[in-house]
Design a protein around this ligand. Structure first.
Ligand SMILES: Cc1cc2nc3c(=O)[nH]c(=O)nc-3n(C[C@H](O)[C@H](O)[C@H](O)COP(=O)(O)O)c2cc1C
Length: 158
């Protein structure tokens, strides 16, 4: 199974979750970290660089929440919109946020980001971090278990 994992992380929480998730997934994973920070090269969507989900059986996305929205919504949405061959692919998503309160709002946002591509969202996880203070080993283990579940699902044709 070939997997593409694309993630965004400003202070490292999502990166840790993404790593644990990837450990759980196992196998061959290509990882792309998008630098969408204001300081980063990709401050705005760079049309010269686009993702191609074509060779992959599973597309995974990890991102974080700011002001109750998937962040940075517009830039991420642009990458997803321009991502080639994503239509109909299986997708699993990990979001991190300071508080559980933002979960549902961020989930709705995520659906907006993905809806145009008509992907099959086979899994969603939300990890609370309280800016990193409560990102415990247990939560990272849960992210790893989530990865294992997703692998099982894909292998079973789910
Ligand atoms: C400016 C700012 C705004 C944030 N807004 C929210 C929010 O609305 N809801 C929430 O749950 N977490 C919020 N957070 C917390 C982050 O989502 C959380 O710390 C996340 O794990 C950061 O991921 P990262 O370390 O990968 O960048 C905010 C963090 C920052 C810095």
């Amino acid at each position: 199974m070939k997997i593409l994992l694309v993630y965004v992380s400003k202070t490292g929480n999502t990166e840790k979750v993404a790593r644990s998730f990837a450990r759980g997934l196992g196998g061959e994973i290509d990882v792309v970290k998008l630098d969408l920070s204001p300081e980063g090269v990709l401050k705005e969507f760079q049309p010269k660089f686009t993702l191609d989900a074509g060779p992959y059986d599973l597309f995974c996305l990890a991102a974080w929440v700011m002001v109750m929205k998937v962040h940075p919504f517009l830039a991420l949405a642009s990458y997803i919109r321009e991502c080639r061959n994503l239509e109909g692919k299986k997708v699993a998503v990990c979001l991190t946020g300071g508080a559980g309160l933002s979960r549902n709002h961020a989930y709705e946002d995520l659906l907006h980001i993905l809806e145009e591509k008509k992907v099959k969202l086979i899994g969603f996880s939300y990890t609370t971090t309280l800016l990193g203070l409560t990102l415990t080993r247990k939560k990272l283990e849960k992210a790893e278990q989530f990865g294992q579940e997703i692998r099982r699902l894909v292998e079973q044709g789910g």
